[in-house]
Design a protein around this ligand. Structure first.
Ligand code: FAD
Length: 302
């Protein structure tokens, strides 16, 4: 009889948090398996904005991010536009910059780094059911001593926990090809009212922009997106065509760990590590993965 390999860690979800955690744990010598339901890195619904502090965090987590900065668009200025049209510019200084990029590229890079560190990745593998066999966890025939949930806000088969909770933020993002009327290396955030709701335009490739609407009210989300799209995009851009139509998604600001066995670890959006006000979760997904990996390594749990 062929015995199944037993991993130290099984990580469900090969997004930002899962890939970072897989890399860091593998580097410490642990045997890690990432299970990802998609068949390859994919274009997740996201603005694709990574501010400077996010790039710095990747650097201090051992990533050499030059390939990301080459693939994305360097942004040297943040522009906040108030409802009366007043623009406040936040230029990066001392050679600092953020980047806008396609999420698919970020996923591919982070997963490749995890694999290089020795992590095993299984694609097209949706974790529908977790069972416990003595002190081990079993998912779709894979066995591990420890179990880490990194599924974002995605559905998880019969696993509990996906809720649209009152007050939870929602975002809609569309990818357009368009020419900017003024400078290119700017990221724009428009605040049409006095709440935290905002509309964005992030340069992700040459003449390609990720535009979207972030809101804390789940009423009229699509209408508000269209309203602000015509209000701002028509004013700032020329020759607009849609590359990927507008799609909405939930904010990962609800901690789903409370619905699970306390021995199950959680990181990223799954663990509510997202900013309710801004929706910027890539930084928090990396940070939570790094902190968990460091804690587990320190405890010698591998
Ligand atoms: C519209 C919108 C715009 C946003 N814009 C930004 C932005 O510009 N900058 C920023 O920093 N953040 C942004 N965010 C937030 C950011 O996308 C998330 O916080 C971040 O992706 C969370 O990373 P994660 O690893 O927790 O989850 P994810 O990156 O979503 O990864 C989860 C992974 O788990 C997989 N998975 C799910 N269920 C299963 C299962 N049952 N079995 C196996 N695999 C499974 C998924 O396929 C996915 O690959 C935005 C969010 C939205 C909704």
């Amino acid at each position: 009889m062929r015995l199944k390999k037993i991993y130290d860690y099984m990580i469900i979800g090969g997004g930002v948090a899962g890939a970072v955690c897989g890399k860091l744990l593998s580097e410490s010598g642990a045997e890690c398996l990432i299970i990802e339901k998609e068949d390859a890195p994919f274009e997740k619904i996201c603005g694709g904005w990574m501010p400077y502090k996010c790039l710095q965090l990747l650097r201090t987590s051992g990533y050499c991010i030059e390939s990301l900065t080459e693939a994305g668009t360097a942004v040297t200025n943040g522009v906040y536009v108030s409802r009366n049209g007043y623009e406040t510019h936040f230029p990066y200084r001392n050679g600092e910059f953020g980047i806008g990029l396609r999420r698919k590229l970020l996923h591919s890079y982070l997963i490749e780094e995890a694999i290089k560190a020795g992590c095993t990745v299984k694609y097209s593998c949706c974790a529908d059911n977790i069972t416990q066999i003595r002190d081990m966890y079993c998912v779709n025939d894979h066995l591990a001593h420890k179990f880490i949930m990194a599924i974002g806000t995605g559905k998880a088969g019969n696993l509990k926990g996906r809720h649209l909770t009152k007050g939870q933020s929602i975002g809609i993002s569309e990818i357009i090809r368009a020419k900017k009327k003024k400078k290119k290396d700017h990221v724009y955030f428009w605040y049409p009212d006095q709440s935290n709701n905002y509309f964005w335009a992030i340069p992700i490739e040459r003449d390609v922009w990720n535009i979207g609407w972030w809101t804390q009210s789940n009423e009229n989300v699509k209408n508000n997106f269209q309203l602000n799209r015509s209000r701002y995009i028509e004013q700032y851009f020329l020759d607009v065509t849609t590359i990927r139509k507008a799609i909405g998604a939930l904010c990962g600001n609800i901690d789903h760990r409370k619905w699970f066995d306390s021995k199950i670890y959680g990181i990223g959006d799954f663990a509510g590590c997202n900013s309710f006000e801004t929706g910027e979760g890539i930084y928090n997904a990396i940070l939570s993965a790094k902190q968990l990996a460091e804690k587990l390594i320190k405890k010698g749990e591998n």
